[in-house]
Write a protein that binds this ligand. Sequence first.
Ligand code: GUN
Length: 307
Amino acid sequence: MPARLIDGKSLAALVRASLGGAVASLAARGVRPGLAAVLVGDDPASRVYVRNKVLACEGTGLRSELHEFPEDASEGRVLDCLAALNADSRVHGILVQLPLPKGFDAERVLEAVSPAKDVDGFHAASLGALVRGRPGFVPGTPAGILRMLEHAAVPIAGAHAVIVGRSTIVGKPTALLLLQRDATVTICHSKTPDLPAVCREADILVAAIGRAAMITADYIRPGATVIDVGMNRIDSRDEAARIYRGSAEKLAAFDRKGSVLVGDVHPLDVGGRAAAYTPVPGGVGPLTIAMLMVNTVGSRERRPAVC
Ligand code: GUN
């Protein structure tokens, strides 16, 4: 049976459309939920992600503001900006795009976001609530992964979920969410012996390592559900030729654009092994942004009714 594609783009559109009622009833009271994005430095990928978040706000009826700082900005300036955003009643959600430039103490910056506006869910208070199973902001990518599994009716209770990557923003919170749904969870990392064998145990395999096409057929149990969190831009033709094993069709696509976006899962292998999988692009990425919109609207709705 051919593998089922879990279409993140259309699911993200559904999730965002489901916010329409809440956004309209706030608008009827003259309130627009507002998201402030803070971008430091010139990382091109971060710039694209932030632009997509701002566009998603426009498409969902949210107000957005972008605060940009040069690569050599002082941490103090960024902290001052966060203090002003924390105090601004028109701002209901604040995100600091990661990674921050070298020299920044990311911990200190993330902790400077008010937990009441921490729509990325990276503050220790949000992550602590998640560990305790209490209500709070859940980071967008893990929340999006769960939404995709639910939408695709993938059984979670009793399933063995294997997560490759132990980051604080994806691997660890995804593990906690799956554990809350009664999956048996294994987190793997660079020191895990015989990684392919561990991955082959997975009913649900989540790849969040940031290495293009690393998860090849020998990592995937036939019939597994594969969630690909990777977004690796390949702009070397040799690298693209290696990944696509010389496929003329795929290389023609590379030549048209001069680069290609590849996930952590091998794009030529996954369809022949998995029962269902998320594509790159058009999989987890759009859900991450949709869940950020959900968190921002939720943040406004949870505020005391003072406007
Ligand atoms: N960098 C990579 N993923 C994310 C994310 O979800 N939010 C922020 N703020 N930065 C990121």
